[in-house]
Design a protein around this ligand. Structure first.
Ligand code: AMP
Length: 497
């Protein structure tokens, strides 16, 4: 007997089943509606990219790139076929050709192949020849010819890559794009933190970095949060300067951190060298009084950055958006400049950030594109939904409207016909595939949470009049097929069915 292994979802991943998935769909659909009202269009991106894209944009010193990426070697472009000639192997296969030219295919192997290929071409391949050829092909596979790929840990880098690849700067106005989908990071799973998690993000890329762009993006975000019932949120904002003023501040911070190094934990000590700004992210209680005394970026912004930040606050005030300035909000990824922001929500414990974002002027250029300004955010769907549920604000989504309780062979064709009509009218209808006693049928309708049971027996078919039972109050009414349709449709419009 083979071992009966129980397969389970990989740690940090999970299944989202009905009825939760309906809540997720509603959440994502609301994002689409709100974002599209701000004239954003959806971009559907690949789930994996070249590793270097993330390393270059997010930064090799960040936790995401240094510890958390799901990276794998692609298998390259080698075909496991039985080539007719050596030229076929070389010419048809760029990866092999490149390896050949770079001297990565051992010469002896080349001879072995040549002998056997020629033998094969002459129709005289020996019995020993075939395994030698197969050995060669598997040796080609073992050579490291594949690309290094990574499951996306975030999507801003991909959006920038797509912006460059499709020359979107040539389009009129700013590129305003949103995306919805899973991201992958090998973090330690806990409540609100998964290895496959979901984000909804929006990005604005183009020639302008007007603070009104930042403010409108934040307005859109908060309108969305309000629409989905994510209340008790706080918006934190900061400016972390740009390439003109940040380097001097980072050096100053590094120098100040050196003075207090002995009082910091190992992570912060390491970051003094690698990324001093990240020390400001520290949540370690003993480090807090030390960090509070460090020089603040707001005192070291250049005139342009200070003006940009001040205008952003004017723009937020104009829109009636409340915010809290937080000088320690530097965000974990390297590419941010000027505006950074985060939204936290109640009911989530330590993992309470539901959205993060900021400006990334220069990222497109770093990835080989034209000079471009950019800003964006990513909402964590998992946590947002948790917070909505914990706040008791999850909407009651229309579930099963009608359960068709039919009995008797003559009732079945009528049940099939009426079910289809009700579904066409937009109702959710369950039709049991096998005949059941009415009592059992009605019991199941109740358990499934149907709002109505439609009773179709042979008598009903004979009189062309059907019994509709409201399962909440047990009220029954007899209706003709047309009246039934009309009644249920009007109930649905009144959002009761
Ligand atoms: P980031 O891309 O790190 O700025 O994250 C943006 C948002 O995505 C965060 O505010 C979280 O809501 C969410 N998020 C990030 N990492 C995870 C994770 N491992 N599990 C669940 N949500 C996450």
């Amino acid at each position: 007997m083979p071992e009966r292994k129980q397969f389970r979802a990989i740690k940090g991943t999970r299944d989202i089943l009905p009825p939760d998935s309906a809540l997720w769909n509603w959440f994502e659909q609301t994002a689409r509606d709100v974002f599209e009202s701000y004239n954003f269009g959806e971009v559907r991106l690949p789930m994996f990219e070249e590793t270097e894209l993330f390393a270059r944009s997010i930064g090799v010193e960040t936790d995401v790139v240094s510890k958390e990426m799901y990276t794998f070697e692609d298998r390259g472009n080698i075909h496991v076929g039985f080539p007719e000639t050596i030229e076929e192997v070389l010419v048809s296969n760029e990866a092999v050709q490149a390896a050949w030219q770079a001297g990565r295919i051992p010469h002896t192997m080349d001879n072995e192949l040549r002998v056997n290929l020629i033998g094969h071409a002459c129709g005289s391949i020996s019995e020993e020849g075939a395994p030698a050829l197969l050995r060669f092909i598997s040796a080609l596979h073992a050579l490291d010819l594949g690309d290094s790929l990574t499951l996306r840990p975030e999507a801003t880098a991909s959006v920038c890559r797509a912006y460059i690849e499709h020359n979107l700067q040539a389009l009129p106005g700013n590129a305003k794009l949103y995306y919805i989908g899973p991201m992958f990071r090998r973090e330690r799973p806990q409540k609100g933190r998964y290895r496959q998690f979901y984000q909804i993000g929006a990005e604005v890329l183009g020639a302008s970095d007007a603070p009104a762009i930042d403010a409108e993006l934040l307005e859109m975000l908060l309108v969305f949060f309000h629409r989905v019932g994510l209340r008790r949120t706080t918006l934190y904002i900061n400016s972390i300067g740009d390439k003109n003023c940040r380097p001097a501040y980072v050096e100053l911070l590094r120098a100040e951190l050196q003075k207090v190094k002995d009082r910091l934990g190992p992570d912060s000590q390491r970051r003094i060298e690698t990324n001093p700004l990240r020390v400001l992210d520290s949540k370690i209680p003993e480090e807090q009084p030390i960090i509070e005394k460090l020089p603040r970026i707001s005192g070291h912004l250049c005139d342009d950055c200070r003006a940009h930040f001040s205008k952003l606050k004017d723009e937020l005030n104009l829109r009636g958006i409340e915010y809290v300035e937080n000088w320690r909000l530097v965000r974990g990824l390297d590419y941010y400049t000027r505006t950074t922001f985060e939204v936290t929500a109640a009911g989530l414990g330590s993992q309470n950030a539901v959205c993060g974002g900021g400006r990334y002027d220069g990222l497109v250029e770093l990835l080989g594109g034209p000079p471009t300004k950019g800003i964006g955010f990513a909402i964590g769907t998992d946590r947002s939904i948790l917070s909505i549920e914990e706040g008791g604000n999850a909407p009651k989504l229309a579930g099963l409207a009608v359960y068709v309780a039919w009995m008797g062979p003559a009732a079945y064709p009528a049940a099939v016909r009426i079910t289809r009509k009700l579904r066409e009218a937009g109702l959710t209808v369950e039709l049991p595939p096998e005949e059941m006693k009415f009592k059992k049928s009605l019991g199941l309708a109740d358990k499934l949470g149907a709002r109505y049971a439609l009773i179709i027996g042979e008598d009903e078919v004979a009189s062309a009049s059907y019994t509709l039972k409201n399962l909440a109050d047990a009220e029954q009414r007899k209706l003709s097929e047309n009246d039934l349709l009309e009644y249920l449709e009007s109930e649905r419009r009144g959002s009761r069915a």
